[in-house]
Design a protein around this ligand. Structure first.
Ligand SMILES: Cc1cc2nc3c(=O)[nH]c(=O)nc-3n(C[C@H](O)[C@H](O)[C@H](O)COP(=O)(O)OP(=O)(O)OC[C@H]3O[C@@H](n4cnc5c(N)ncnc54)[C@H](O)[C@@H]3O)c2cc1C
Length: 536
């Protein structure tokens, strides 16, 4: 072991959506010495910056941890691929670019659960602080922030028909689902600028890199937190095949994501005692909630063959792909600027639901699985997911080996209420496809297919044709009950000088995509960390 003589004020572990924000905000004061460690490498790969590049970076070990769940009975015993960014920018460097905040009631719920400071009114300033909204500022949006948010650069007629069809079944048009009301149908907003991805590495880390008080280490995988008694004093990390240490005078902040952060805690002896005993890690703090409360959005992907041309037809030979590349090089427009989806719908799975409980992601293209080659026929995807599932999963380390992936058990569709929403949401997808604006353009329901009719059959289809939509959260949940891992200032319960700041702290998943909420969490946490340092 080589012992580092380096010490810092703050050590931030993980340069993802949250970690890059923290590195920027904490190092803004030149008196704070900040170390940011990232297990992955730098983000020079051009596919990271070309929006549609997630088709190349996802499932690639150079940029993705390439996790796989355990076999899950909820999805017909399948093991699902769970991509997760392993590179500067973390998942914001390989994600689908969709900018979605969720519903204001999500944050009010967090506050109602006893988490002071997390109501929508209190978090909105942090969403606005980050934001540089192309449409301009208003009550809900900010300009001048470090996170560029823009409208899509690609429109296709099939998407317009889809929007019209949704309105024909009673879903209102909504030009800003991040505004006063989320419900409705409209085009997605995205974290992109002038045709390039806007990851947190681009937006937050790049402008801070030249600061002499910020050190960034890539290909440095943190193995465990070092403690003196119950106080975190530093970390141990692997770089170049060797173990090193770095010490933190003020705080260690884990921002390693919903899989990485609980894994590091468990490896450090912070987690459920029975698990730590089983794998032989000495217990520093018995915290039963570490790795529990795992939540995700499960997307059921319906594919419709259409008589309209879709992106499938625009990229189905090498010549056309060349033209698409040329269009992008010359104008920064066209299919290469594609965010993961075009049209968003937030609506109810049943009329009596109090607030939208399902979300659609409509894509003017189709493939057997996300990230695979497009089908050779004209088709579009109408993917639907439940926004606030009741099913809960968990993850746990399998051994003391830091290089071994944890066992991930999502327990999808294990709650009967979620099964009913899955059934009802396929029915809503079909109603949209049958509306007058869309029906004439549809040749066939390719997946799951009209042979699935009864509720039992629809549930079977949901189990067979669903995938993660890549939103794992909740594994180090914020709260005050026995299963909470951090308090509402994101300090780990029962330990000192240690926080978790990333998607894992969400007590309940938000009603939408999780990147913008994670950036908000990091903005708010930065203020709390600096406030607490001022007060000490
Ligand atoms: C393929 C994909 C598509 C998605 N699409 C969207 C979308 O369109 N819109 C949206 O809002 N959300 C999307 N998401 C989800 C969103 O990007 C994540 O919720 C968000 O980025 C999570 O941020 P985080 O900071 O918690 O974790 P991450 O951004 O994943 O960052 C964690 C970082 O910690 C590093 N790390 C982990 N362990 C260690 C260790 N031991 N030592 C050092 N470093 C470590 C990781 O390499 C990573 O860089 C998508 C996610 C994926 C994977």
């Amino acid at each position: 072991m080589s012992k580092s003589d380096q010490s810092y004020d703050y050590i931030v572990v993980g340069a993802g959506s949250a970690g890059c924000v923290l590195a920027n905000r904490l190092s803004a004061d030149p008196n704070n010495r900040v170390l940011l460690l990232e297990a992955g490498g730098s983000d020079i790969n051009p596919w990271i910056h070309i929006p549609v590049g997630y088709f190349k970076t996802m499932h690639h070990p150079a940029t993705d941890w390439c996790y796989k769940t355990e076999s899950d009975p909820g999805v017909a015993g399948r093991r699902l691929q769970w991509p997760c960014g392993k590179v500067l920018g973390g998942s914001s460097s390989i994600n689908g670019l969709l900018y979605v905040r969720g519903q204001l009631q999500d944050y009010d719920r967090w506050a109602e659960m006893g988490n002071k400071g997390w109501s929508f009114e209190e978090v909105l300033p942090y969403f606005k602080k980050s934001e540089d909204q192309e449409r301009g500022a208003d009550e809900y949006h900010g300009v001048g922030g470090l996170l560029k948010v823009s409208d899509l650069r690609l429109r296709r007629p099939i998407a317009d028909f889809f929007i019209k069809a949704a309105t024909q079944i009673g879903i209102p048009l909504n030009k800003d689902y991040n505004g006063e009301k989320q419900e409705g149908v409209g085009y997605f907003q995205q974290t992109a600028h002038k045709g390039f991805r806007w990851s947190t590495a681009t937006g937050f880390l790049r402008p801070a890199r030249k600061r002499p008080n910020l050190s960034v280490l890539t290909k440095a995988q943190t193995v465990r937190v070092l403690f003196e008694g119950t106080r975190a004093v530093g970390i141990e990390y692997l770089k170049g095949g060797e173990l090193h240490q770095a010490m933190a005078d003020r705080e260690v902040v884990l921002s390693s994501g919903a899989i990485g952060s609980p894994k590091i805690l468990q490896l450090s002896g912070v987690g459920p005692r029975a698990l730590l005993d089983k794998v032989g890690v000495p217990v520093v703090k018995d915290l039963p909630g570490v790795g529990q409360n795992l939540q995700d959005h499960l997307q059921i992907r319906l594919v419709f063959k259409t008589s309209q041309r879709t992106l499938n037809d625009e990229v189905n030979n090498i010549f056309k792909r060349g033209l698409v590349g040329l269009q992008y090089m010359l104008t920064r427009t066209g299919p290469l600027t594609l965010a993961a989806s075009q049209v968003a719908i937030f609506t109810n799975s049943k009329p009596d639901v109090e607030r939208s409980d399902i979300q659609f992601h409509m894509q003017p293209l189709s493939a057997d699985k996300p990230g695979e080659g497009a089908h050779k026929f004209s088709a579009f995807t109408s993917s639907v997911c439940q926004l606030r599932p009741h099913s809960r999963g968990y993850l746990e380390i399998k051994s003391k080996d830091p290089l071994e992936h944890p066992a991930i058990h999502p327990n999808y569709l294990s709650d009967p209420r979620d099964q009913q929403v899955a059934i009802d949401s396929i029915k809503v997808a079909r109603r949209i496809s049958e509306a007058p604006a869309l029906a004439p353009h549809i040749i066939d329901e390719y997946v799951p297919g009209r042979q699935y009719q009864s509720d039992e059959e629809l549930l079977e289809a949901a189990r067979k044709y669903s995938q993660t939509i890549y939103h794992p959260v909740g594994t180090c949940k914020m709260g005050h009950d026995d299963m909470a891992v951090v308090d509402d200032r994101l300090r780990v319960h029962g330990l000192e000088h240690l926080r978790v700041v990333d998607a894992s702290i969400m007590p309940e998943i938000v009603s939408g995509n999780t990147n913008a909420p994670t950036i908000m969490i990091a903005e708010k946490a930065s203020d709390m960390i600096l406030e607490d340092a001022g007060a000490s």
